[in-house]
Design a protein around this ligand. Structure first.
Ligand code: G
Ligand code: G
Ligand code: MN
Ligand code: NA
Length: 253
């Protein structure tokens, strides 16, 4: 695992990069957005996935500057997207520490203003645990962000708890169905029931249903059958550098 000192240095040396995974509208088959996922371009160890350094960032509090960097970068990249990638929505992961940080609204507003990105193109992904950590503070932050026009998604939906309460309490625009359930589609009747239920729950509360980690045509067909609206996964594309995005968008269509 990365140390705090090494990660701090990486952040100041600009060794972090964002890759973008396409999100597909299952009805039209078109790419409608991307999820921004951070990687560390390590000078010796190569490209490191988030699990090597996000836990350290969370524990040390570096997740706040790291997350702010990701937010700024993603907004600027999205605003500058051209050709086949023009106008795509962008989803950015927000950790619990960011969501409950006193300056979170200012950080998001600054990222929008300095990039010129239409707030409606930005979706912030928060986990159930993030919302749980500081209920009242999270509620105020989410309401304020929502009023800016930014959309809010619950990431890894179904893996935390009290999920249903959040739907009533927070301005939720999308539910991201966790990969754990999606990978059981076509093999586990329980996972099939869970996926179908989350999709209809999303529909019932007026939220967009987004499936994660779709790898097979069978999973895709099942989700489409349940009425799931959007999906992402290796079936279409992993997260790719911004330079490759236009090409990937064309290939997905
Ligand atoms: O890309 P990969 O599937 O390895 O990402 C694993 C997880 O790392 C993501 O699901 C997400 O929860 C987390 N992650 C990726 N990028 C960011 C980021 O910019 N901020 C935060 N807080 N988490 C991220
Ligand atoms: O935000 P979250 O932690 O859910 O990020 C999604 C993670 O899942 C990313 O790290 C991404 O690299 C990974 N991922 C995306 N699509 C697939 C997929 O189809 N299969 C698997 N196994 N992982 C995926
Ligand atoms: Mn996510
Ligand atoms: Na997730």
């Amino acid at each position: 695992l990365a140390t705090e000192v090494a990660l701090q240095a990486a952040l100041s040396r600009s060794e972090l990069v964002l890759h973008y995974q396409p999100v597909i509208d299952l009805w039209t088959g078109r790419v409608v957005g991307v999820e921004a996922l951070v990687r560390w371009q390590h000078p010796e160890r190569g490209l490191l996935p988030p699990r090597h350094f996000i836990p350290t960032a969370e524990l040390s509090g570096l997740i706040v500057p790291l997350g702010r960097w990701a937010l700024d970068r993603a907004c600027r990249d999205a605003a500058a997207m051209t050709g086949p990638a023009a106008g795509l929505d962008v989803a950015v992961n927000l950790s619990a520490r960011q969501l409950t940080h006193p300056d979170v609204v200012r950080h998001v507003r600054d990222a929008l203003e300095s990039s010129g990105l239409d707030p409606r193109r930005l979706m912030l992904e928060v986990t159930e645990s993030a919302v749980l950590e500081d209920d009242e503070v999270a509620a105020v932050a989410l309401d304020t962000l929502s009023a800016l026009g930014v959309r809010i998604a619950i990431d890894d939906f179904g893996t935390g708890y009290s999920s249903l309460l959040y739907l009533r309490r927070y301005p939720i625009d999308a539910l991201k169905l966790d990969r754990a359930f999606v990978s059981g589609l076509t093999t586990s009747p329980d996972d099939e029931a869970i996926c179908a239920s989350v999709v209809s729950l999303a529909h019932a509360v007026g939220a967009t249903s987004i499936a994660e980690g779709v790898e097979t045509v069978g999973e895709y067909a099942a989700l489409r059958g349940y009425g799931c609206q959007q999906a992402q996964g290796f079936l279409w594309s992993p997260a790719v550098p911004i330079e490759e995005l236009a090409e990937v968008v064309v290939a997905c269509h």
